[in-house]
Design a protein around this ligand. Structure first.
Ligand SMILES: [Zn+2]
Length: 367
C-alpha cells in the first residue's frame, strides 16, 4: 500500500527545497528592485531631467513657435506658446514634451512678440500648467486688430503671475545655462560677454531690407550657451533687424543649433546672419502650408558648415528640391501631426536630434 511506504522525511525534503527556492527568488527580486531604484541613471537619449544635459524640444504648433528648453538641473524655459483655440491643441502638445522631459511646471515663459502664433496659446497653457514667470519685450507696438486682441488676451491670462520685461544684454537666469537677450523691442546688443565680436564678411553683399513696422521686428531673440554648446532663437526677427545685429561685426560668433527665424519665411533669414553664425544643425518650425519658403530654405541649406536642416513639416507649398529628406521631417506630408524634434546637448558640445515620429536619433559629435 502506498501509505505503508510513506516516509515523512522523503516527502518533506522536496517541499523544503521549493520553499528555499521561493525565498531565494524573492530575495533576488528585491535586490534587483533596490538596485534599479538606487543606481545612478545613465545620460541617455531619453533625457531625464537633472542628468547633466540641456533638452530642447521644437514642438509642432503648426507653423507657430513653441520651443521648450530644460536645463541640466531641470529648470525650464518655454519660448512661445503656439496658437489659440483648437481646443487647447498647442498646450496639450507642450504638455507632451513636458512629460517626456519629466517636468511638472514651467519656470519661465518667454513671449518673443505678440502675434497669434506665438502668444496665442498662453490662455490654454495657464489653464493647464503652473508657470513661474512670464518674460516679454514690454507693450505691444503693432496697431492691428488681431495683435491688439492677442496682447489683451495675454495680459488677462497672466494676471496674478510675475511679469518680467527684458532689455538687450539682460540674462534670463536658468541654473547651468547662460541665456542672453540679443534683441528686444527693435533694439539689439553689440557684444555678448565672453564672445569677441568679429568683422562679418557677409555684410558687403547683403541686400537692403525694408523697414518692418510689425511686431516681428520687435522679437526678443536669445542666445543659449551650455558649456561649449550654443543655440540661437531670434523668434520672427526680420531682415533689417538681423543685419543690424550682425553687421558690420558679428557679436554672436558661430552656433551649433539655429532655430530658423520666422518659420522659414523669406522676410527673415538674411545670408549676412545665417552664413555668419555657421550653424551645424538648423531646425525649421514651419507648418504644412505656412512658411518654409524656397529662398529661405536655400539660404539655410547653403550656410557654410551646415550638416542638416530638420523640419517640423514638409513645406507642401514648396517643391521636393526645397524640402529635406523625409527622415529629417517630423511630420511629412500625409503622415500625421504633432510630432516634435528633440535635441539633447551636452556641455562638451556634443548633441543629438531625435525625430519623435520615427524614434530615430542622429548624433552630432564635437568637431
Ligand atoms: Zn510666427
Amino acid at each position: 500500500m502506498k501509505s505503508a511506504c510513506h516516509d515523512p522525511l522523503q516527502s518533506y525534503l522536496p517541499r523544503l527545497r521549493a520553499r528555499l527556492a521561493l525565498v531565494f527568488s524573492l530575495a533576488l527580486l528585491c535586490g534587483w528592485v533596490l538596485f534599479t531604484a538606487l543606481a545612478p541613471k545613465p545620460v541617455g537619449a531619453q533625457g531625464a531631467t537633472g542628468a547633466g544635459h540641456l533638452l530642447i524640444y521644437s514642438i509642432d504648433v503648426e507653423g507657430g513657435q513653441s520651443t521648450l528648453l530644460v536645463g541640466p538641473t531641470g529648470e525650464s524655459l518655454l519660448v512661445d506658446t503656439g496658437w489659440p483655440d483648437n481646443r487647447g491643441r498647442d498646450a496639450e502638445r507642450i504638455m507632451q514634451a513636458m512629460q517626456d522631459a519629466g517636468i511638472k511646471r514651467i519656470d519661465h515663459v518667454l513671449i518673443t512678440h505678440y502675434h497669434a502664433d506665438h502668444v496665442g496659446g498662453v490662455p490654454d497653457l495657464v489653464a493647464r500648467v503652473e508657470v513661474g514667470e512670464f518674460i516679454d519685450h514690454g507693450p505691444n507696438r503693432e496697431d492691428s486688430p488681431s495683435t491688439r486682441a492677442g496682447y489683451e488676451a495675454y495680459l488677462k491670462a497672466i494676471a496674478g503671475h510675475t511679469r518680467h520685461m527684458v532689455d538687450p544684454g539682460d540674462t534670463i537666469k536658468i541654473s547651468g545655462l547662460d541665456v542672453i537677450v540679443l534683441t528686444e523691442d527693435g533694439e539689439h546688443i553689440s557684444t555678448v560677454p565672453g564672445i569677441k565680436p568679429v568683422p562679418n564678411p557677409y555684410c558687403a553683399s547683403e541686400r537692403a531690407w525694408p523697414t518692418d513696422p510689425t511686431e516681428n521686428a520687435r522679437s526678443t531673440g536669445i542666445l543659449v550657451i551650455y558649456g561649449k554648446f550654443k543655440f540661437l532663437d531670434l523668434g520672427d526677427l526680420t531682415g533689417q533687424k538681423e543685419v543690424a545685429l550682425v553687421c558690420p561685426r558679428n557679436p554672436i560668433g558661430t552656433v551649433d543649433l539655429f532655430l530658423v527665424s520666422h518659420h522659414g519665411m523669406d522676410l527673415s533669414n538674411s545670408p549676412a546672419l545665417v552664413d555668419a553664425i555657421h550653424p551645424e544643425v538648423a531646425i525649421m518650425n514651419n507648418g504644412a502650408h505656412k512658411a518654409g519658403m524656397p529662398a529661405a530654405w536655400q539660404t539655410v541649406h547653403d550656410s557654410p558648415g551646415l550638416e542638416d536642416l530638420w523640419q517640423l513639416h514638409t513645406a507642401e507649398n514648396s517643391d521636393a528640391a526645397h524640402n529635406s529628406p523625409e527622415a529629417l521631417i517630423a511630420n511629412p506630408k500625409g503622415d500625421g501631426d504633432g510630432h516634435d524634434l528633440k535635441v539633447v546637448a551636452l556641455a562638451n558640445g556634443e548633441f543629438s536630434v531625435t525625430n519623435s515620429r520615427t524614434g530615430t536619433t542622429k548624433q552630432y559629435p564635437r568637431k
